[in-house]
Design a protein around this ligand. Structure first.
Ligand SMILES: *Cc1c(COP(=O)(O)O)cnc(C)c1O
Length: 421
């Protein structure tokens, strides 16, 4: 459920007409709903009620500081995968004690910054990283709490580019080697081994792979405890999928995910962390774009939008499907025709949808890409010297620009010309 609904024949974000925001901000832009963000965050809170837990929002999904602050004020922690994300979370007011640091390639500099600034734990992904982490912690005179990310060799049955829990993926250490790696970690002076971490992929639409992975984590917990490790925290990652179409997909609900966690690892008495990103932000954001031209091709019509693959890369990168709806609500039973919906970028990959049935649209009409809140704005670029599009946040009947569109001067002046030219 989200808060982008038609009212009086036009699309609203909470209590604000989307067309009003488009008039004020210009198109294209991202638009987020506070109520939807909070609703999704609270679904996870409710799902884990009765268990000691922290919901760490995977901020790579959508990392504007206004979004982070909204969630942090509701009690969320953050899962960060770079020092940039760490600093951004801190700038948004998230305490270090609520930030977990994930990622396969943390550098010594990144580690030092997070250690000095305060961190809840590092999720370590390799032995060499462990050595560096221990050395940096020792040099700052502290020892740092860690979990080790294990790769359970489970097929998440999602798109290959967002599957992370198979042995062929670069993530984590093979679960079969866990005992050796934990023994090494325990021997390193700068590390305090407190738990296990797992994250098997993104946009999972079935609980079965989670169940397999969590069962393996539960077994490993017992084995490691028998080896003398004080395993007291389990970070079970993110990855729960969202419906991108409103008709045929019904991914499991956070409540079912929470019940699965309690069933598989609840008996261990560990504190639970989860790292949902997409489910919190995905359906809490839309991308609003305007039709520039309707062009008749030989055998099809093209809707040419002012939004493009540099603004929302998911269709080009993952063959992702986004519902695209007109901002003016179509009359019931209105005639529909197929369009190829494309952006102005000079690549055929700049195609959002082929043969998509839409009501008749004309130049100047507004459309909204639904489910664009996660892995949308954060993956955008200035390819074709198209400015990064603004982000706007709605709360009830208010809206605010939370990232402004850069001017062309700002973009152009970022280049510097060497003195020999
Ligand atoms: C990307 C990522 C997540 C979030 O995944 P979603 O599918 O957005 O929930 C969580 N944890 C880690 C380590 C990640 O890399």
């Amino acid at each position: 459920m989200d808060h982008f609904l038609y009212r009086d024949g036009t699309l609203y974000a909470e209590d604000v007409p989307v067309a009003d925001i488009a008039a004020a901000v210009g198109t294209p832009f991202y638009l987020y709903s506070t109520a939807t963000l909070l609703r999704h965050y609270r679904l996870f809170e409710d799902a884990l009620a009765g268990t000691e837990h922290l919901v760490c929002y995977a901020m790579k999904a959508a990392s504007n500081q206004a979004i982070l602050k909204t969630l942090a004020e509701a009690g969320a922690g953050m899962d960060v995968v770079s020092v940039g994300e760490y600093l951004r979370a801190r700038a948004a007011g998230v305490p270090g004690g609520r930030i977990v640091f994930s990622g396969v390639g943390k550098t010594a500099d990144e580690i030092r910054t997070a250690l000095e600034g305060g961190i809840r734990q590092f999720n370590v992904e390799s032995e060499p990283e462990m050595q560096v982490l221990s050395a940096v912690a020792e040099s700052t005179g502290t020892s740092v709490p860690i979990t080790i990310r294990v790769n359970p060799d489970v097929d998440a049955k999602t798109h290959a580019k967002i599957s992370t829990g198979k042995s062929e993926n670069k993530f984590g250490i093979p679960i079969a080697r866990a005992r050796d790696v934990y023994a090494l970690a325990a021997s390193l002076p700068g590390l305090e081994v407190i738990g296990i971490d797992v994250h098997i992929g993104s946009q999972l639409t079935d609980l079965a792979p989670f169940e397999l992975a969590f069962q393996k984590v539960a077994e490993l917990t017992e084995v490691l405890r028998a080896d003398g490790h004080d395993i007291r925290r389990l970070d079970l990652g993110g990855g729960l999928g969202i419906p991108y179409t409103r008709s045929n997909e019904a991914p499991p609900l956070p409540l079912e995910f929470g019940a699965l966690i309690k069933r598989t690892v609840g008996h261990l008495g560990c504190e639970i962390e989860i790292e949902p990103g997409r489910l919190i932000a995905g359906n809490a954001g839309i991308m609003v774009s305007r039709v520039i031209y309707v062009k008749s091709g030989e055998d099809r019509d093209f809707l040419i939008l002012d939004g493009a693959m540099n603004d929302l890369i998911r269709p080009a990168m993952y063959e992702a499907y986004h519902d695209i709806v007109p901002v003016i609500e179509p009359e019931p039973g209105a005639e529909q025709s197929p369009y190829d919906i494309v952006g102005p970028v000079c690549e055929s990959g700049d195609t959002f949808a082929k043969g998509r049935l839409m009501p008749k649209l004309s130049a100047g009409d507004l459309v909204a890409f639904r489910s664009a809140g996660a892995y949308g704005a954060v993956m955008s670029s200035e390819y074709n010297t198209r400015p990064l599009i603004p982000e706007v946040l709605v709360k009830d009947d208010q809206f605010a620009v939370i990232r402004a569109r850069p001017t062309f001067d700002e973009i152009i002046n970022r280049d510097t010309i060497p003195e020999w030219l």
